[in-house]
Design a protein around this ligand. Structure first.
Ligand SMILES: NC(=O)c1ccc[n+]([C@@H]2O[C@H](COP(=O)([O-])OP(=O)(O)OC[C@H]3O[C@@H](n4cnc5c(N)ncnc54)[C@H](O)[C@@H]3O)[C@@H](O)[C@H]2O)c1
Length: 261
């Protein structure tokens, strides 16, 4: 199967975790993949893995909290790979903190990448896709934190993901006339570096081990297990594939049943 044969897909924050898994899964489905990350060495590691499996790749160093850097990233993909068919807005940041310990600096740092960054990546990608005149797919990585998950890393992060969910709906309504589909994925607990940093902070605060914390986190999940990054990648591949051509404006939880709304 090669559901994304010859599609050009750009994945942000693809040097690690969920973004790396999405880049590799799209490459395995035949896509040409632009691997973007603020950490160029990390992006190169993902691209090397995809290339070793036979994919054509492009490494792009980009800061998804900076509009000039976002515009340069999209322009580079278009000029070096010829066009842009799919963007996955995955780059995101957070830190574990109780609501009363959050600061203005936390708001600015988290919303700069998670909310502002997703909007301007979406807008730059849509501008390119509209110019091409052959539609496109925009996939935003939100979180069940944006749907009220009590185990969120912090309240500011939850608000940034709520912004992504709202933006997905309005963007789908306004870009549909250009055959551009816009959807979100809301990952639940997903074992990545980001997750490990959050669990480490929460474990320290509560005087527990990482294993005790993870057992407590997995207990309320109906399916009984946390996600791997590949669980999120599978949904992203579907949303980019021909089978999802009439799916737009939706936000899909991939969380083992933790949140049912
Ligand atoms: N891991 C989880 O449990 C979980 C749950 C819900 C949602 N998410 C979301 O999934 C996405 C990926 O999370 P992850 O767990 O893989 O994180 P991660 O920290 O493991 O990886 C994130 C990647 O993004 C890159 N990055 C950070 N800031 C960037 C910037 N300004 N510009 C470009 N790249 C940048 C990092 O260098 C890193 O390679 C994030 O949006 C996150 O909020 C994660």
């Amino acid at each position: 199967m090669a559901s994304l044969r010859d599609k050009v897909a750009l994945v942000t924050g693809a040097g690690a975790g969920i973004g790396a898994a999405i880049a590799l899964a799209m490459a395995a489905e035949g896509a040409v993949v632009a691997v973007a990350d603020i950490d160029e060495a990390a992006a190169r590691r993902t691209a090397d893995k995809a290339a070793a499996a036979g994919a054509r790749t492009l490494v792009v160093q980009a800061d998804c909290g900076d509009v000039a850097s976002i515009d340069a990233m999209v322009a580079r993909v278009a000029s070096e790979l010829g066009r842009l068919d799919v963007i996955v807005n995955n780059a995101g940041v957070t830190r574990p903190a109780w609501i009363m310990d959050l600061t203005e600096a936390d708001w600015d740092r988290i919303h700069r990448v998670n909310a502002k960054g997703v909007f301007f990546c979406l807008q730059a990608a849509a501008r390119q896709m509209i110019g091409q005149g052959r539609g496109g797919r925009i996939i935003n990585i939100a979180s069940i934190a944006g749907r009220g998950f009590a185990g969120t890393s912090n309240a500011i992060y939850a608000a940034s993901k709520g912004a992504v969910i709202s933006l997905t709906k309005t963007a789908a309504q306004q870009l549909g006339r250009h055959d551009i589909n816009v959807n979100s994925i809301c990952p639940g607990v997903t074992i990545t570096d980001l997750f490990e940093r959050v669990v480490e902070g929460q474990a320290r605060e509560r005087g527990k081990t990482r294993e005790q914390m993870l057992a407590g986190i997995e207990k309320p999940i109906p399916i009984g297990r946390a996600n791997t990054p590949e669980d999120i990648a599978a949904m992203a591949v579907f949303l980019a594939s021909p089978g999802a051509r009439n799916v737009t404006g939706q936000c899909y939880n991939v969380d083992g049943g933790l949140i049912t709304s």
